[in-house]
Ligand binder design. Structure first.
Ligand SMILES: Cc1ncc(COP(=O)(O)O)c(C=O)c1O
Length: 385
């Protein structure tokens, strides 16, 4: 039996949530923007959180059991061996990225990103870390699928000012999963040019059928110049609980131990750490059901777009629940999400915020029920009637 009945998900109950997804827009808008899922929480996680509240266990985090739980999960799921002493709790992935940039690069250094990419990468690199963005746009196949431009990466890594590569693995917003071979090339380039790889693997547990997430450190040498960021927050929908994990390598762990401020790691949510341990240890069956639902929803979305918006370009993602949709043929200008919000009452994420190549695109979150997804696409199509 599935962990929950996806068809029982009800928009009016969802609207009672006080999280960003359901509070940011007016009540007549269906939110399909920020990466939160509409699914009910995994039962073992809910039980652990209720139990923590019942014992008034809301002090500072100890993160007891967290490193062991992640290490066991990573080994079983991805054959990635992480020595537990290299795992540090951190409030969230973006904090981890900012701290990694502070520890392994200097102000003014070039940091490679691959547009279109998760918009907060830009502000984290530029405004928080005061480093310089160096864009190596994602390459595209004739069918529109996105992949990493390895020649472009080599040319950028060879620049003397470039000292880090901030990689979204799997890639947000395109849903692309890098192959083991591509990651091996990136690892080799990183070693050759002395570029630190900061691999954001928050969507890793959500690789969809047909794909396997390949952690960067299951390909790179133990002494790679790398920092990996993982979290249970995306896969089990726990981002408000504030617990991610920063993983060092034999080469970077000592610097992390010396330089990562203690108060930063103590900013990790205690309830988040409790939830993450249970997610990694007992959340597998729930996650399996969610992956099946997302697999069904990405097919449903392709069918719905073909039926209602046949000019939209859509390559189903290989991981996670974000659809990167090309609306350029519909003449809605650079930011179709603005028109869909105003005239369709659906909130999508705005394509241009993902940088170059985002004009005319929008990102659609399909972690919802098939019925709500169908209503979303009907509303989008309604804009043209
Ligand atoms: C690629 C990527 N990195 C980081 C984040 C944010 O993670 P956190 O809330 O842990 O900072 C997200 C959220 O959607 C994301 O998609």
């Amino acid at each position: 039996m599935p962990a929950f009945d996806v068809d029982a998900i009800d928009l009016s109950a969802l609207r009672e949530r006080l999280s960003a997804k359901y509070q940011y827009f007016d009540a007549d808008v269906i939110p399909a923007w920020v990466a939160e899922m509409d699914f009910p929480m995994a039962a073992p996680i809910a039980e652990a959180l209720h139990a923590a509240i019942d014992r008034s266990d809301t002090g500072y985090r100890s993160a007891v059991g967290l490193a062991d739980a992640l290490a066991d999960f990573a080994r079983e799921r991805w054959s990635w061996e992480i020595p537990t002493e290299r795992i540090t709790p951190i409030p969230d992935v973006l904090t981890g990225v900012a701290q990694a940039l502070a520890m392994f690069t200097e102000p003014g250094d070039g940091v490679v990103v691959n547009t279109p990419v998760y918009a907060p990468f830009f502000s984290t690199v530029r405004d928080i870390a005061r480093r310089v963005l160096v864009d190596v746009p994602m390459a595209r196949s004739q069918e529109g699928a996105y992949d990493w431009d390895l020649d472009g990466l080599e040319a950028a890594f060879a620049r003397p000012d470039v000292t880090a590569f901030l990689m979204s693995n799997p890639h947000n917003p395109t849903g692309s999963v890098p192959s083991r071979q591509s990651l091996a090339v990136i690892a080799e380039l990183s070693a050759r040019y002395g570029v630190t790889v900061i691999s954001d693997e928050i969507h890793g547990p959500l690789a969809l059928p047909g794909q396997r997430h390949v952690p960067f450190m299951s390909v790179a040498d133990d002494d790679a110049d790398a920092v990996i960021l993982v979290s249970a927050s995306k896969a089990w929908n726990l981002p408000g609980l504030k617990c991610a994990q920063l993983v060092g390598t034999a080469r970077t762990a000592e610097t992390i131990r010396r330089r990562l401020p203690l108060e930063v790691t103590y900013g990790t949510g205690h309830l988040g750490a409790i939830a993450a341990v249970v997610a990694y240890r007992e959340g597998g069956p729930w996650l399996g059901d969610v992956v099946d639902i997302l697999d069904g929803n990405r097919r449903l979305l392709a069918d719905l777009l073909a039926e209602y918006l046949p000019l939209a370009g859509f390559v189903p993602p290989q991981a996670s629940y974000l659809a990167w949709v090309d609306f350029r043929a519909y003449g809605l200008g650079d930011d179709p999400a603005a028109a869909f919000l105003e005239r369709g009452r659906v909130a999508l994420s705005s394509g241009p915020t993902y940088g170059a190549g985002g004009e005319g695109y929008a990102r659609l979150n399909f972690a919802t029920s098939p019925a709500i997804l169908t209503e979303i696409v009907r509303r989008l199509a309604g804009v043209f009637q």
